[in-house]
Write a protein that binds this ligand. Sequence first.
Ligand SMILES: *[C@@H]1O[C@H](CO)[C@@H](O)[C@H](O)[C@H]1NC(C)=O
Length: 253
Amino acid sequence: MSEASEIRQRGSKPAEVPGAEPSNEQILTKIAKTEDKGTPVFLEAVRTLLLLLIVSSALSYFVTREDIFWGMKRPAWTRPAVLKTWLNGPQEFTDEDLKKYDGSDPELPIYLAINGTIYDVSQGRRHYGPGGSYHFFSGADASRAFVTNCFKDDITPDMRGVEEMFMPLDDPEVDSLYTSGQLKVMRQQERKKAKDQVHANLKHWADFFEGSSKYPKVGRVKRQKDWETRGEKPVLCKRAHEGRKKRDPPPKA
Ligand SMILES: *[C@@H]1O[C@H](CO)[C@@H](O)[C@H](O)[C@H]1NC(C)=O
C-alpha cells in the first residue's frame, strides 16, 4: 500500500501514533462522548457520595474501633456485652463471687461494683485489667475507696465512719472556746453535713457508671440484711485522716 492511499483510508483524522499521548482535543472529545451516553452526572454524584460515606465509616471504625460515624456515640444495644446482659437479665453476685471477675482471667468479663450495683467494665480492660491504673476497683465493691481515695485500705463497701474525713478534728485549744452545749450541737451539724458530702461523692461515681453506655449494668451484689452493721467499723484511712482540719474558733463578738 502506498503512503498516499494509506492516508486516504484513514480519512482526515490526524494520525494516531500508537503509544503517543492523546492531544487535548482528543481527550475533550472523549469526555464529551462519555457524558453523552454514560451515567447521568446526578447519579454519578450520588454514587460518589455513597462511596465516600462507606469509606469514611469504615475508616472511622478502623481508627476508633467504636464509632461508625466519627465521634458520634455508638448505640449501647450494638455492643455484644450489653445485649448479653439484657438477655441474661439482672444477675446477683456475692462480694466473694465478684473477686474472680477482676480481670486476671482473660476469659472472664471484668466487673466492679459501686454502692451494690455491678457493672461490666471489660470495655475498659486497659484501665481495669491487671496493670491498669484502676485495677484496684475490679472484682469488688470499693465504694469506700471511691470516696477516700485510699485504694489499698478501702476496697470495701463498708462506709461506716467515712464522713469523719469531712469533719473537723477536735482540738482542746479551739474547742475550749465553746461551751459543751455548743460543741454538741456543732458536732451533730458537722456530721450531718459530712454525711451529705460522702453521699454526693459516692453518687458522683455511681452516676458515672450508671450513665456510661460503655459499662453496662450487670446486676446487684447480694448481701445479708444486716451487712452494714456487721464486724468492726473500719478506721479512717491515713490519707483521709490527714486531710482533716481543726474546727474554726468562734467568731469574735
Ligand atoms: C446507695 O444505695 C442505696 C440503696 O441500696 C441508696 O439508698 C443510696 O441512696 C445509694 N447511695 C448513693 C450515693 O447513690
